[in-house]
Design a protein around this ligand. Structure first.
Ligand SMILES: [Zn+2]
Length: 264
């Protein structure tokens, strides 16, 4: 059985057929999913979705750096309220994204720090996003790292040096279908060999990042949790591990990270 640590199941593309998406995930061995909260409203919706599917879905509560400009005191209070609910297992998605800079960098930095403080105050793990911002990101994270129990750098796509920095901070690493991309993901096939089994987790980031190894490619190009198997197969190959072993340790690592009861 597999555990998808990052699925954006509140995305509008899932509204018409979410029950079928969850049934297909189950049929493909994806027994548990953590629904990413990436905005105030999105986090509220992620918590509600998890509450409606007890034992199958959990949630995070946070504001993505793209939406940092929307973060105000009410958002901060909302995240704290949501994070206290049993369905919510991490603070995030939060971090820095200088690739698109949808929010100004100063705002991203301030809002990232506010969410680091939320996680520190509540003693919760962090679900982190970093793109083209490693130096600022790791500097800020380093200041808070010993005040939070755990932190995962989700959708890791960066360099060997960045990976080394995160592992030195005892972070977990989330790997998506980026690794299945023969145009831009091949460096990850080497780097995943350096991630200790008890720090490695897997995720689809659905509906984004459809693995390019899915055949036939669905016409709509929407990714969904059932495709997590393609990511797990690629990583198992890269690490020269049996698929079952990779499935077992990534699931156990994620259950420990999010404090989840084991699924059957
Ligand atoms: Zn992200």
């Amino acid at each position: 059985m597999l555990l998808d640590i990052g699925a954006n199941l509140t995305h509008e593309s899932f509204a018409p057929d979410l029950d079928a998406v969850l049934a297909r995930a189950q049929a493909h061995g994806v027994a548990l999913m953590v629904v990413t909260g990436a905005s105030g409203d999105g986090s509220r919706a992620a918590m509600a979705l998890a509450r409606a599917h007890p034992g199958r879905l959990y949630a995070t509560a946070g504001v993505h750096p793209h939406h940092a400009v929307d973060y105000d005191d009410a958002t901060d209070a909302l995240l704290r309220e949501l994070a206290a609910q049993p369905e919510v297992r991490a603070v995030g998605e939060t971090g820095l994204d200088y690739h698109r800079n949808y929010s100004p960098r100063e705002v991203q930095l301030a809002v990232f720090e506010r969410q680091l403080q939320v996680a520190a105050d509540l003693g919760m793990p962090l679900f982190l996003h970093q793109r083209d911002a490693h130096a600022d990101f790791v500097a800020l994270l380093r200041r808070y790292r010993d005040r939070v129990p755990a932190a995962v750098v989700h959708c890791f796509t960066d360099t060997r040096e960045a990976l080394r920095d995160y592992l030195a901070l005892d972070c977990h690493i989330g790997i998506t279908g980026w690794i299945c991309d023969e145009r831009r993901g091949t460096h990850l096939r080497e780097l995943v060999q350096d991630i200790p089994a008890n720090r490695l987790m897997i995720e689809t980031d659905a509906p984004y990042l459809l693995p390019r190894t899915v055949r036939p490619l669905p016409a709509h190009r929407r990714n969904e949790p059932m495709f997590l198997r393609h990511i797990a197969e690629e990583i198992a190959r890269d690490r020269s591990e049996p698929f079952e072993a990779l499935a077992a340790h990534t699931t156990a690592t994620a259950e420990a990270f999010f404090g989840l009861p084991s699924a059957e």
